[in-house]
Design a protein around this ligand. Structure first.
Ligand code: BTN
Length: 238
């Protein structure tokens, strides 16, 4: 595995997309500062200081695994929960891939596909983890957020965390490609923050509501309302 450190970059995801042809499969790019960090749904991911995680996996899975490309963010959310467990911290997953501790967001995950014309070049699978973000900075974020340092009340070694996370990622990555979401479904269900509660989901601007009753074998969210089941493939829980 190739590990590349950049002191500062606009966005590690954008960097991986731009350099996809030169980077090897499974390369990991990380930085101390992102000046133009990207979040889901065209949001920004703000830089909260150098001792946090801003990293992107450069992945070039064969087209035969195309159906599970979209599940890679869920795989990474599970990998992060397992990494946090090693620090003695219990976390939850908010479908599809936000990781929360005590109901507050500790990390964000964003997958972007790189295409050249109509041909698939690879996936930039990015993750930002609030590792050493101070309480003061967390308070300035518009949604409830936490950091590992605040939870454990101590400074976290970034390189050690990064190694634990990447080792955990590559431990089962090939098996995940071959098995798909079913491989992590039990763990995901056990860590789901929203099951059996009434929720609303923004699906490309349309609000869908109901009781979150299940996650399918493909990682989709099942909502139930008036005895009618509605399976959602994408969306943002409000
Ligand atoms: C979210 O909106 O929750 C997803 C945030 C993803 C942030 C990470 S930080 C590293 C990588 N590079 C980016 O520009 N974004 C992702």
């Amino acid at each position: 595995m190739e590990l590349i450190f950049l002191e500062e970059v606009g966005s590690t995801n954008a960097y991986v997309k731009q350099h996809m042809s030169e980077l090897s499969d499974s390369a990991v790019i990380y930085t101390s500062h992102q000046t133009d960090g990207r979040g889901r749904l065209s949001r920004k991911w703000i830089d909260t200081g150098e001792n946090n995680i801003y990293m992107t996996f450069c992945l070039k899975p064969s087209c035969e695994f195309q159906e599970i490309y979209s599940n890679l963010t869920q795989y990474l959310s599970v990998v992060l929960c397992k990494t946090l467990e090693k620090y003695g911290v219990d976390s939850k997953i908010k479908w599809p891939n936000d990781v929360l501790v005590d109901g507050k967001k500790i990390a964000g995950i964003l997958s972007e596909t790189s295409m050249q014309g109509s041909s698939f070049k690879g996936i930039a699978l990015g993750i930002g983890v609030n590792l050493n973000t101070s309480q003061a900075l967390l308070d300035s974020i518009d949604k409830p957020a936490t950091s590992l340092a605040v939870i454990l009340n101590k400074e976290i070694d970034r390189e050690k965390f990064l190694k634990t996370l990447t080792d955990e990622f590559f431990l089962n990555y090939n098996r995940f490609l071959n098995t798909g979401f079913a491989m992590i479904r039990d763990f995901y269900l056990n860590h789901a923050s929203f099951l059996n509660t009434d929720i609303s989901v923004n699906v490309l601007g349309k609000i869908e509501s109901g009781c979150a009753v299940d996650i399918t074998q493909d990682g989709a969210l099942v909502l139930e309302k008036d005895n009618i089941k509605n399976t959602l493939l994408i969306g943002d829980i409000l």
